[in-house]
Write a protein that binds this ligand. Structure first.
Ligand code: ZN
Length: 295
């Protein structure tokens, strides 16, 4: 029985898994991200290959923008030295095993489309609402990478021209309004404070307070859900997807806002659209990375 290694490279943590042919997770470890990323990664993978010599494919999902054909990290500013790394050719030479590299949000989307909430649908988009806003497009179980590896960058759709400055250097990107970071900014601006500790609330607490009708919390929730509904409607207009999956850290509090979001999205729908909560949590990036080398 052959198995695959899936790796999810984040800014602070790297998650590595070994997945069997039947999608059983044989190994699942999380380690801190260390620089330089490549040599550290190769070393960790070599250790896994000693333990699982049957591995015949290695999938890597990483933050940043990726040239999936060449397996090169095209753009990544956080992890020094990682940008420009020819991951695929270096790792294939080191291990003699097939390697595929893609963006972390694309990997998460692939896991949801193939094994998770989007299973059975033809055209799936997965939004990962965490610290940032990631997106991945999966059509007929394949990642849509775009001409330059930049497809599915939902976080950088411009929502408010001349709006807040984004990390990409432009103004008004969706990520500045629909993400955990955006919620934290609005919590400070609206001074949404925990009545007991007197500290600013977390996004999760914000939605709880809003459910209990705390006025400032309700206003932040309103802004967030209105913007998210707009984005969903625009994505549908362009892509006519049949399933949209929402995951990421912020989605963990969806029980407090899901119905309100549907109330906002439903009148904007142009076609039928199934909207679902992600089935997987943080493991989706690692699972999806392993799926990159499935066929
Ligand atoms: Zn941007």
């Amino acid at each position: 029985m052959s198995s695959k290694i899936g790796v999810d490279i984040g800014g602070t943590k790297i998650r590595l898994g070994v997945i069997s042919e039947n999608f059983d997770v044989l190994k699942d470890i999380t380690i801190p991200t260390k620089l330089p990323v490549y040599s550290y990664l190769e070393n960790e993978i070599q250790k896994l290959l000693v333990e699982f010599p049957e591995v015949d494919g290695i999938g890597i999902g990483t933050r940043g923008m990726v040239d999936h054909k060449k397996g090169i990290v095209l753009y990544e500013k956080e992890l020094e030295g990682w940008e420009g790394t020819e991951v695929k050719s270096l790792l294939e030479a080191a291990t003699n095993i097939r390697v595929e590299v893609n963006n972390d949000a694309n990997c998460a989307a692939l896991a949801e489309a193939k094994l998770g909430a989007g299973r059975g649908f033809e055209r799936v988009i997965c939004l990962t609402i965490g610290t940032c806003l990631g997106g991945g497009l999966i059509f007929n179980q394949k990642v849509m990478n775009g001409a330059h590896g930049g497809a599915g960058e939902v976080g950088h759709l411009i929502l408010y021209p001349q709006g807040l400055l984004c990390g990409c250097g432009r103004k008004g990107c969706t990520e500045q309004y629909v993400s955990g970071t955006a919620l934290r900014r609005m919590i400070v601006e609206k001074r949404v404070i925990d009545p007991v500790t007197n500290a600013f609330v977390t996004p999760e607490q914000l939605f709880r307070l809003a459910t209990n009708d705390q006025q400032n919390a309700v206003e932040v929730r309103e802004r967030f859900l209105t913007d998210l509904a707009l984005v969903i409607s625009n994505l549908q207009a362009v892509l006519d997807i049949d399933c949209l999956v929402i995951g990421g850290g912020v989605s963990e509090s969806a029980h407090d806002w899901w119905d309100l979001l549907m109330d906002k999205v439903n009148p904007l729908k142009l076609q039928p659209l199934e909207i679902r909560r992600a089935l997987f949590g943080n493991e989706s990036g690692m699972l999806g990375a392993a799926l990159l080398v499935r066929n």
